[in-house]
Design a protein around this ligand. Sequence first.
Ligand code: 3AM
Length: 180
Amino acid sequence: MSAHRLFVALRPPRPIRAQLTAAMHGISGARWQSDDQLHLTLRFIGEVDHHRAEDVAAALGALHAPSVAARIAGVGMFERRGQPHTVWAGVAPAEPLAALHHKVDQLLARVGVAGETRAFVPHITLARLNRSSGPVAPFVALHSDLASEAFTFDHVTLYESELAHGGSRYHPVARYPLAS
Ligand code: 3AM
C-alpha cells in the first residue's frame, strides 16, 4: 500500500512567480524554491493511502467557492526553536484566503482528514533555511514593502509531495476551478 503525501494549494500566475524568483538572493546557504515549487498552501494533509487519496480528490470536487483576488504583500519568516527555517512572501488580503482555507478544511473533514491545528498564515515559501544559512534580517528588511500587481487565483490544486534529495518535488494531482 503506497502512501501519498498530499496538500492543497493555490498556484500563483507566471508573472507573479517570476517576480518572486527575481527576489531570491541575498541569504547565503538558503535553499531557494524553484518555479515549480511556488505555491500558497491552503491545507497540508500529510500521508494517506491510495483509497484515502481518492476520497480526498473526490471530496474536493464538491468545492464551490469564488476565485480570489490577491497581491503579494511583504515578506516574513517562520522560526522553529528560535531558528529561522522558512522565508516567505505574504499574500493579502487574508480574509478571502482564510475563507477558502476553511471551506477546504470542511470538505476534508467529511472524508475524515483531521482538522488543521496551525494558524493559517497565507504565504508563498521562497526559501528553506538551516543552521548554516546566513542572516535573514537584511533580506526581510529589504523586501518589507514587496508588492505585486493584483492577480487572481482561479483554481485550487491538489498536490502530491515527493520527498527528494534536493528538496521536495510537487506534482499536481487534480485541479478544481474557482467561480469567476
Ligand atoms: O507552503 P509551505 O512551503 O509553507 O512546510 C510544508 C509546505 O508548506 C507544509 O506543507 C507544505 C507542502 O509540503 N507542511 C509539511 N508538513 C506539515 C505539517 N506536518 C506541513 N504543514 C502542516 N503540518
